[in-house]
Write a protein that binds this ligand. Sequence first.
Ligand code: NAD
Length: 453
Amino acid sequence: MEIETILQSQRDFFKTQQTKNIAFRKMYLEKLRNLIISNENMLYEAIYKDFGKSKFDTFTTEISFILNDIDYYLKNLNSLARPKKVSTNLANQLGKSRIHSEPLGNILVIGAWNYPYQLSLSPVIAAIAAGNCCILKPSEIAENTMKAMSSIINKNFPSEYLYVYEGGIDETTALLKLRFDKIFFTGSTKVGKIIYKAAAEHLTPVVLELGGKSPAIVTKNANLEVAAKRIVWGKFLNAGQTCVAPDYLLVEESIQEQFLEMLRKYSNEFKYSPDAEQYTKIINARNFQRLIILIDREKIYFGGNFDEEKRYIEPTILHNVDWNDPVMQEEIFGPILPVISFKNYNMALNSVLELEKPLAAYLFSNTAEEKENFTQKLSFGGGCINDVVMHLSNDHLPFGGVGNSGTGNYHGKFGFEAFSHQKAVLEKATWGEPNIKYPPYSEKKLNWIKKLL
Ligand code: NAD
């Protein structure tokens, strides 16, 4: 079926008001939950075919994530959707004021390939929890997972409610000509600009979940063992193809040698290898080529080997890196970790401030002053102190970028709000109204108004 026809059917369906019913939303959330569980093996196989992602990683970073999202909304939907009473100002007495969260209508979700299930379905779940109809366009780059999602959803959901549209750039370009009530995009900053421009034609609001160079700063006051272990895990998870992975490290000079050794130790201990269950492939040949060019062989501290046929790049740590090196000019999005040392903590923070606002930032330190400076001085989407990546697993925290790393956020109640309009309603009593605001005006009335307002 043509996508225009699907969208028109979704518009018509939204107008029937059925999606506003809370029981209807919950029924489909439960249905999606059951479908994910009953098709779990198919989902593992598809992602393994795409880029060798293991069952363990797929469960912990994708499937469990989506199931948690569904459970969150099943549990909290009644209270999220309930109109919220707010106080009423003097000029509107006798009246009552409420905020109604109403669904926006027809949503387009465009997903990225690196966590294909989570990044496609998590916004879809929030969109339908908020009472919308939705078209999902997953990333064509992870082709098998795209097909897995379309087969599960398109066979089991009415297309006038939720539909997965398979396609690449041409199909997305065509989709962007249509009018939606919100576009939720996850991907690169470059494509984010294309989405934003297309959305502006229809005055369509957007959430843009983009990327950037996310720093991790390690000071001499950190628990170095813990820092090294967590950084190695967060960086090489998914072979570095994680939007919130630490992109580069800033390490205090006095502990640099000691810390680099710890990074080596954990990289060895975690036993990453081309055929290991815990290590993922690079998604495609294009990204593989882009990444190996970033490995300056003179600066390898650890790793640097690769196997083109298996699209494997060994966890690689670069030292003596300079801010002007090619690896510092773009988001790496792969298993290469450049390390830059610093003598002065405040100057390290200033260097981060010179770059675009990142999606994430991390500090490893145990001193209150360093923690406070990090939080106050730097602007970033979200981040952690003494950990990496894990902030996005707390659905009480909003997840999203700022500036070049995106606009808007989601997860938990923030996801519900991203797909809702906050409709203001003032309900007035029809008795007891003074004539003071009505013409004919007089000096006396104005003096009263001045006193009251
Ligand atoms: P991408 O921007 O290349 O693609 C994302 C989506 O846009 C895909 O569905 C693709 O089909 C579509 N697309 C690509 N080119 C297009 C064009 N010219 N016109 C219209 N649509 C187009 O991104 P990617 O390679 O899938 O993902 C990598 C980037 O995404 C990294 O920068 C990463 O940091 C970022 N990312 C961000 C988050 C987040 O939550 N903020 C999560 C994952 C990835």
